[in-house]
Design a protein. Sequence first.
Length: 657
Amino acid sequence: MLFAFIAVMLVVGKFVISGAVDDVIEANAERKAGTWASYLVKSVPDLQNLIKSGEPTAAQTAVIDKAVQVADVFRFKLFDEEARVVLISDELDRPLEAGAKTDHNGNALTVLTTGNPVIDLQDGRQKDNRPDLYVEAYVPIVSAAGQPIGVVEVYLDQTPVAALFERNYLYLVGALGLVVLASFGVPFVAYVLKMRQQVRTGEKVRLLSSRDQLTGLHNRATFFHKVKDALDAGDLDLGKAAVIFIDLDKFKTINDTFGHKAGDEFLRHVGNAISRSLTPDDLAARLGGDEFIIISGKRDMPAVERLIEDLREAVSEPVRVDGIALTGHLSIGVHFDPAPGLDLKERMHKADIALYQAKLMGRNTWVRFTPDLEEKIARRQFVEECIVAGFPQNRFEVHYQPLIEQTTLKVVGFEALLRLSDGDGNYIPPAEFVPIAEEAGEIAAIGAWVLDQATRSAVTWPDHLFVSVNLSARQFEEGTLVACVKACLERSGLAPERLELEVTENMLIEQEDKIIHQLNALNALGVSLAMDDFGTGYSSLGYLWKYKFNKLKVDRSFVSSLTGADSKSRHVLDTIISLGHRLDMTVTIEGIETEAQVEALNSLSCDHFQGFYYGVPMPAQELAPFISNTIETARRKGGAHKLRLAEKPEGPARDAG
Ligand code: C2E
Ligand code: CA
Ligand code: CA
């Protein structure tokens, strides 16, 4: 704005001043020409005669030559008393005929009639032998007796004068600009700065005063301002601070089930609990939704733990909404690390990772960040990506592990075991990706696909072989499992009794009501049901006699402790087998890896064996030797390399259960 003002000043200034400059040049020229003409009159001998004849004598020529070198004069003309040109200074060698040249612009005549000089400013830029700016000054020549005897037209170079004026003009404008700047600009700039400062302060005040409406805590924006201020003022040292991320569990469910009023009530409840727990060295905010943060500046870790426990306790106090008492829980992630290099953002990110872990651990708990968590979470995210890529990139495969009859060593069936390729030649173990797929809500679709694959494979095997498929608790949730199993049987043409479905005790414990009628319906379809991993959970006998399980699969942990000095596991195993038989169930011992285990098991009369010793899980197209031979032959033939792999359970990732 100031520059625009100065620019306007320059243009207007130049316009006004250029007129004045012309006047000054003309006055200057008139004065100079007058002085010079007097000099000419005085110095040229017998000037009157020269005006008459137009032919200078040698003495006169000498004076004229000198005269045209005086000051700014570069040329002159003499007119006689009748305004006829009689002499031109730069054409002395070519004498003029009297009257040959006339007073073309009438200026000489004007001078002769008025007795006053005429000054004519000329632009010489387009003319030969002329300066850029010059003046033609017509001055009367007066005899000693005071009689006008002629006119001299003096050519004066005014370029240096104009340049001088121009320079002076620039100095003037510069000085003027400085004056304007000093008198207007400086106060103006000061004013602008002051206004800007006021706006900023206003914004800051507004921000700092705008708290989260619901909880009265800082909102996200004010929180970051406060933290920055505290850091700048040296009141907060991040290296000594705990960053605590707090998340209200199942907030969405509270909102969806009890309405937004209840949701708000809960947020206020958490906000109050946080507010009450703060000391002047803490900063807390509601970051948005059900997410809160505390930066605790001066507590040690035990004090941070106490703060967290107090918060969890306070929040678990019931909240009354419309007469109903509701209880909430918190998941909390903490980052507390003196590493000085970490900035707030990084610390918050790490606290967030810890919070994520707390949620993965089933919520209503708190986790402190450790570096291995970062890897763990990164791995989890990688597995999630692999699951998403599973179907589009054909990354899922079903492998089959043989089950052997103890007495005949014949293969009786195969367990279908799901595999997920990581796209890099390795398999992600199902124990890792199945729970993640369950949480991501993908397992029902994956499980349906496994059922489809397994039934299609099994129908190609001899009739006496069954296929066993593992089910996930989530597959019971949608209520479509029975229909899915039925469809797979129909699609493949597999006899229902050749399909076995494995469920674990934990699934029954978690959602017995939901599962019970579906198990009955599956039973009615004619498929057989196996209780998997028996002995790892509560091993409640209740589930065994309440449902019609056809099979009991004893967890491999019993086998691994079988060959030790302690004979207890042997007795337990013996008891489980008897129990199974008493309840009309076939008993499978899982996880047989060594010859020694086989020998130890020989004195126990179970039904089926399964384990790396007999065969590892393998793709459908590699099952042939196991299908057409006894297990011994299979071991000697195609399956031999599998068994070698099996003897080293820590071997290739794909088969390490
Ligand atoms: P599971 O149902 O107990 O399956 C048997 C697991 O033991 C398999 O691990 C198998 O490879 C492993 N295994 C077999 N013999 C031995 C042995 O001699 N020694 C040792 N150390 N391990 C042996 P895998 O394939 O990694 O599967 C792990 C678990 O993942 C399964 O345990 C099952 O709970 C689950 N799973 C596998 N496939 C599916 C599926 O299609 N759907 C569902 N929902 N879960 C599945
Ligand atoms: Ca199983
Ligand atoms: Ca099992």
